[in-house]
Design a protein around this ligand. Sequence first.
Ligand code: ATP
Ligand code: MG
Ligand code: FE
Length: 341
Amino acid sequence: AIILGLESSCDETAAALVTSEREILAHCLAGQEEAHRRFGGVVPEIAARAHVDVMTPLVAQALEEAGLSLDQVDAVAATAGPGLIGGVMVGLMTGKALALAGGKPLVAVNHLEGHALSPRLADPGLAFPYLLLLVSGGHCQLLLVEGVGQYRRLATTIDDALGEAFDKTAKALGFGYPGGPAVEAAAKRGDPGAVPLPRPLLGSAEPHFSFAGLKSAVLRARDSGDHAADDIAAGFQAAAIDCLIDRTRKALEIAGDVAALVVAGGVASNASVRASLQALAAEEKIPFVAPPPWLCTDNAAMIAWAGAERFAAGLVDPLDFPARARWPLDPDAAKARGAGV
Ligand code: ATP
Ligand code: MG
Ligand code: FE
């Protein structure tokens, strides 16, 4: 089957065509960095308007690149949440309109499921169940992925997401927005041992995360005037990775037998994060899977692929499916811990 995927939950507008045989026929993406840069972060209203401007042309571009017409598409998959609600509505409404006009089924995709299943697009051999470290701009979770639509959340962050911590560190050090790649580049130049920084929750019994204290320590190190920005960036990244490894090792212990250790989400495009997790997997003697960096940050190929997996399982959605600002992958775990975590 050929699936058209649409993504617009944050500050990337994207359209892609992917087959159920994992062929990526086209993937088109328009970032909005310029529109948001002078505000130092994503402004929801500006993001929504920018999505409106480019979504339809991007769909046309994807179809043209693939040499296909809408007739040849078997289903339309669109991100229906979680994310900035104005943006989510643009992609979802476009998807609904195309589905209705073309007489195609609609698949409403959870953006987090897009990230969670993206490693299976990259690696045909990746079987369930796997332990997924989902590290993105809004989330930092360890999930046991048991099947399509079957996610058990073992851990989450009690305060900031890791991508958010990268972005705040970048802002604090004057690297601007977007922050993750800038902090990674600075960390390569700096000395990771020069600035002593905390490793919150290291060694605690439950594999949860916390990055607020690390962020505050970064601010104090900056304000002290004693340290170069590159050293602070290197120290921050090293501390964050120590936390990821310790918490993931703990989750592997709790999860028991899994087919692989997998990482996904924007922060998974960080080379040091990938290398450290790969070393952990080697130590634990399990396979390690990380999608290529472009598939880690927001894109529509992962939404089309999640759509393909759901479509194959007969999971299609009605045209009145609502856009959702909040939409946890594991609603029971989210309820147990309360709103926000
Ligand atoms: P979510 O998926 O949780 O809804 P999002 O869609 O905004 O959030 P992603 O696009 O998946 O997030 O990831 C973006 C995040 O990844 C940003 O916080 C960004 O700083 C971070 N990031 C991107 N590249 C890197 C990198 N090389 N190193 C560290 N962090 C990175
Ligand atoms: Mg983005
Ligand atoms: Fe994302």
